[in-house]
Ligand binder design. Sequence first.
Ligand code: MRU
Length: 342
Amino acid sequence: MQMLNTTSLNLKENRLWILDQQALPQEKCWLPCDSVDELVGHIRALRVRGAPLIGLSASLLLALLAERGLSPAELEQALLTLRASRPTAVNLMNNLDRMKQALAQPDWVTAMATEALRLVEEDRALCDRIADHGAERVLPGSRLLTHCNTGGLATAGIGTAIGVLLRAHQQGKVTQVWVDETRPLLQGGRLTAWELGELGIPYQLICDSMAASLMAAGKVDAVWVGADRIAANGDVANKIGTYSLAVLAHYHRIPFYVAAPHTTHDQHCPNGAAIPIEQRAVAEVTGVAGSFGSCQWAPIDAPVYNPAFDVTPAALISGWVLDCGVISPQQVADGIFQQALR
Ligand code: MRU
């Protein structure tokens, strides 16, 4: 397959390389990935993460495995294994559906390579269109709050919510970004802080619990987040802590925007209650571990609840900023959300 470079996925010498997002920002470490088991391990450990990127990494690996001679039956099994690697982000399932169609073609090796590279190019273009639409909603002098990481690390392009922040910053409209650290795995503190620094966007890092007082003090003009799955009624699953921000924004009458590509929409999922929410390991809450070291502060046997995502009801969302345009709450209430997505 041809060479490919994105912020966190590379193809070179017919190998898939991933930028280890658990090692960032202390270390910039590229890991080769040659098998389904390896990729599933990387995805589960969040070395590869972000809804669009998970789907793209799985598609590229499948295309490479097809070129290396795996049989259609083996590829079919690989598809199923990858599909089960993380349950919430629907981009993975949507991308794998497209790869499955390519696998059904007579020349499936070429078809899978073409499709995987097309998915990457499409994602880049989707990010650009989201940024164009989103930046129109950003007022000059804005102080914007974001959660988790939705940038070039999480997509093949400039990102979703971070793509909007970047475009608005390029238009001179962003005074500063408040970055939620995003417990338990600190995607905000480790990844978004690093990305915004690289992009030259002014930011201040905060603990998740600080958002309320900032809003009360009138220091947040809008909240911008990404999505892992958008249900047919507009409910949105995203990184745990997103729902709290939406409630806070509603109380303080601050706009709350969700930026995502249409590949994050699940037309088969009627509402947020039907979105599967991944439960993760106890150790993520009882302490921290990473390239910075590890530490456990809770009692060794502390019972833990650790959902990776929560669901924000459509009623709390000011706009769904997609590649095809901005969908308003009125459009969602009128039931035209699905039509607008097509
Ligand atoms: O668990 P993660 O780090 O994969 O969660 C990521 C998020 O929740 C993002 O907001 C979402 O995937 C959108 S990324 C463009």
